[in-house]
Design a protein around this ligand. Structure first.
Ligand code: SF4
Length: 493
């Protein structure tokens, strides 16, 4: 049986009809799938399988028929003629819309639908997806008595065996999806027309390009926007950027002189227009004078298992698995390096070895530099909360933290080459372009976060060694970059 739309293409079309069209007819224009998107996809799949255990011994039609929807649909009909049935991946087709429900439970003839999501909060686009699912089922003459979302309870703390009844929340959304049924009918017609029209819809870039999901045609649609444009103005809100764009203002020299930007934003614009940098020596000196040697340069890596792997952890909690620590006893002393990378072993909580070694290696005093305190500090606080035996020592580490992002974010040192971004990678490529992450096998935090958990499933020791080597090199680079950045600042008289 032919279908034109599915739940995911329907949602894509609700976000942007051009994306719907390109996805069907010009998929080669898509961005490459990023690591974080791939890992999001994997998370969804794992959660789906685990949630099936809430309703055990069902028939998995995906496994049985793969993508032969005709056979699956026929079998759903037969199973629903029985008084009791549990079906996983049950497809329904109506008006060229195919919709596959995660779990369908028929108990004494009463049918309840369950859609499983690896989310922790039900947002509007999920309600829309469920409303479509209900619409397809209802119009396929399935009488549904309730429609639920099964999603992840991020308050659940694992202690001992995984408790799936605590891990998942089940919430009825029937009352929210019933009023949307007419809108779904008209939206389906609109989207089908777009697909049948064979003309690329004329949609310009807009604030929906990243909402609710980052669009995978971004590179294609945004190619007319220069690498450095009004979209790079730091801390300028998205509606303001699009207000400028809609008025034909894309480059910095198009911005009207009376446009209400703040002082730092105007500095950013002026630096680009005049190709100048800001070096505020008194402020830089103040920052540098506030640093106390010996100095540590510290960086953490973590991963976020949706299903908690260790006791004392919640779904999606950041589990610190790695750090790099460079050490300078004084300005001119020899640079030393320490590091930690947890063994990927389900029996060992990586946070324990991580924090014990970190406490050992950051003794006895001196400031600890990090780049953007909003990542490392909360991780330390979480470990202190989950393992109170380390709280005192962690408190001492936290009291010594200093943030190397400050001189850049506060424009004590600002150059157009940073492209309005203050990440360590942007700052490094502006200050020391010859030192780059490009040569590394793992070149960003997203990759590290995805690759490390894959080690839990890897059995080939050679591959494990290679991945560990690459992870260590990546994290080491982050703190080495900090050392070099500080040296540049110290070299300014
Ligand atoms: S990048 Fe924006 S305009 Fe282009 S298809 Fe995606 S959402 Fe639509």
């Amino acid at each position: 049986m032919h279908h034109l739309l599915t739940k995911s293409t329907f949602l894509r079309g609700c976000q942007c009809v051009k994306s719907l069209y390109l996805n069907k007819y010009l998929p080669e224009l898509k961005n490459q799938m990023s690591d974080s998107l791939e890992s999001k996809f994997e998370k969804g799949h794992t959660v789906g399988l685990l949630a099936q255990q809430l309703f055990p011994n069902g028939i998995d039609l995906q496994k049985k028929y793969q993508f032969d929807y005709d056979k699956s649909i026929e079998e759903v009909r037969e199973l629903l003629n029985q008084t009791n049935a549990i079906i996983y991946e049950a497809p329904f087709l109506y008006n060229e819309v195919l919709s596959v429900l995660d779990i369908l439970v028929c108990e004494n003839g009463k049918i309840t639908a369950y859609e499983v999501k690896s989310i922790t909060e039900i947002k509007e686009h999920i309600i829309l997806e469920c409303a479509l699912q209900y619409w397809v089922m209802k119009n396929s003459s399935i009488e549904i008595s309730d429609f639920n979302i099964v999603y992840v309870n991020n308050k659940y703390v694992k202690q001992g065996e995984l408790d799936i009844n605590e891990l998942f929340k089940i919430e009825s959304v029937l009352e929210r999806i019933l009023p949307l049924q007419d809108d779904i009918s008209s939206k389906v017609e609109e989207l089908k027309e777009i697909l049948n029209n064979q003309v690329v819809p004329e949609i310009d870039i807009n604030s929906n390009c990243d909402h609710p999901n980052p669009c995978d045609f971004h590179n294609h649609c945004w190619q007319h926007i220069p690498k450095y444009s009004i979209f790079n103005i730091a801390y300028l809100k998205t509606p303001k950027k699009f207000e400028l764009y809609k008025n034909g203002i894309v480059k910095f020299n198009d911005i009207p002189k009376d446009y209400p930007l703040n002082e730092n934003q105007w500095q950013q614009v002026d630096c680009e227009l005049n190709k100048t940098s800001i070096i505020n020596k008194p402020k830089l000196k103040e920052f540098l004078d506030s640093l106390n040697y010996p100095l540590y340069f510290m960086d953490f890596e973590s991963f976020q298992p949706v299903i908690p792997m260790f006791d004392n952890s919640r779904p999606y909690q950041q589990i610190t698995s790695q750090y790099s620590l460079h050490y300078l006893e004084s300005k001119d002393s020899e640079l030393k390096h320490f590091e930690y990378l947890a063994e990927a072993n389900y029996q060992i909580d990586p946070r324990i070895g991580f924090i014990e070694q970190l406490i050992d290696e950051t003794l006895p005093d001196g400031d600890i530099l990090i780049f953007n305190i909003s990542f490392e500090k909360p991780r330390l606080n979480e470990i202190a909360k989950d393992f109170p035996q380390y709280a005192e020592a962690i408190g001492k580490i936290i009291s010594r933290l200093k943030d190397l992002i400050i001189p850049f974010r506060e424009h004590y040192y600002f150059t157009p080459e940073m492209l309005g971004k203050f990440s360590i990678k942007n700052v490094l490529s502006a200050l020391i372009p010859e030192l780059s992450y490009k040569e590394l096998e793992i070149s960003n935090g997203g990759m590290a976060m995805t690759i490390y958990p894959s080690l839990y499933l890897e059995t080939d020791q050679e591959k494990i060694n290679t991945v560990r080597h690459n992870l260590l090199k990546y994290c080491e680079m982050d703190t080495f970059a900090m050392v070099r950045i500080l040296k540049v600042l110290e070299g300014i008289n």
